[in-house]
Design a protein around this ligand. Structure first.
Ligand SMILES: NC(=O)c1ccc[n+]([C@@H]2O[C@H](COP(=O)([O-])OP(=O)(O)OC[C@H]3O[C@@H](n4cnc5c(N)ncnc54)[C@H](O)[C@@H]3O)[C@@H](O)[C@H]2O)c1
Length: 252
């Protein structure tokens, strides 16, 4: 028996990294998973890992920047598994480090569309199912907002917007029994490794600011925190952000 038996979860960007860790954690609690990504090979690998662990999952190709694709993705998951009980907006596009004054229009389009705008598309499309069912939304922010990490201006602006989306949806949807929260993770994913490989000095600085002196694990840390927020023990928690980053950044 898992805490999420008979539940259905959509997890964007779960073809790798933190999203895959969240998918594995929720699947091991019994949820069927819609694995949403533009990276089909990565999504298929996540599905294979879930099935090998005895769970149920489906690859759904979807670019979260396209609302028609988002609507179709939600329909595919409903068709396969019958409902959407849990939505995790994890996918985030971004270019690497860019000095603030050199942020381009394309940088802004990418971070907002493949971030908060995509999250709103999914929340809008999933609302009828969240409303009539169990109703949990977990968005993924970043401690980079709080530190804030230089060179990540566009990304930080988009992550801040996800915080706003989380709070207003929590306020408006509380009447329907839907909770909306965020996590701010730190996990040594391929994306994080790429960043630190390109900026070796930053790893030391980030570790120095991390209260617990280790990097997180996508499944054991971020995934388990989302399993808690999606589970029965978190039914009275909404509108908040949980740092799952070893005490690297504190939200006030
Ligand atoms: N890794 C960390 O330490 C860390 C720290 C803070 C915040 N985060 C956040 O956690 C989340 C996952 O980060 P990660 O490190 O696992 O990165 P990642 O790059 O490994 O994963 C992102 C996934 O999203 C997918 N994706 C990107 N654009 C998409 C789009 N338009 N449509 C559909 N899918 C798309 C990618 O293909 C990829 O599978 C992001 O929101 C990131 O901002 C991560």
């Amino acid at each position: 028996m898992g805490t999420l038996d008979d539940k259905v979860a959509i997890i964007t960007g779960s073809g790798s990294g933190v999203g895959r860790g969240i998918a594995l954690a929720l699947a091991k609690e019994g949820a069927a998973i819609g694995v949403i990504d533009i990276n089909d090979a990565g999504a298929d690998e996540t599905v294979a890992l879930i099935e090998a662990a005895g769970g149920r999952a489906l690859t759904v190709h979807c670019d979260i920047r396209r609302s028609a694709e988002v609507d179709a993705a939600v329909s595919s998951v409903v068709e396969a598994f019958g409902n959407v009980d849990i939505l995790v907006n994890n996918a985030q596009g971004a270019r690497g480090q860019v000095p603030f004054e050199e942020i381009t229009d394309e940088d802004l389009d990418l971070v907002f569309q493949a971030g908060p705008i995509g999250a709103v598309y999914f929340m809008r499309a999933a609302f009828p199912y969240l409303k009539d069912g169990y109703g949990r939304v977990i968005n993924v922010r970043s401690g980079a907002e709080q530190i804030p990490l230089p060179g990540m201006g566009a990304y930080i602006a988009a992550k801040g917007a996800i915080g706003g989306v989380t709070r207003i949806a929590a306020r408006e949807w509380g009447q329907y029994g839907i909770t909306v929260n965020s996590i701010a993770p730190a996990a040594m994913t391929d994306a994080a490794k790429g960043y630190f490989d390109a900026n070796p000095d930053k790893l030391e600085a980030v570790m120095a600011g991390m209260s617990l002196k280790r990097f997180g694990d996508a499944e054991a840390d971020a995934g388990r925190a989302v399993a808690f927020l999606a589970g029965p023990d978190a039914s009275y928690i909404t509108g908040t952000t949980v740092s799952v980053d070893g005490g690297g950044a504190f939200y006030s």
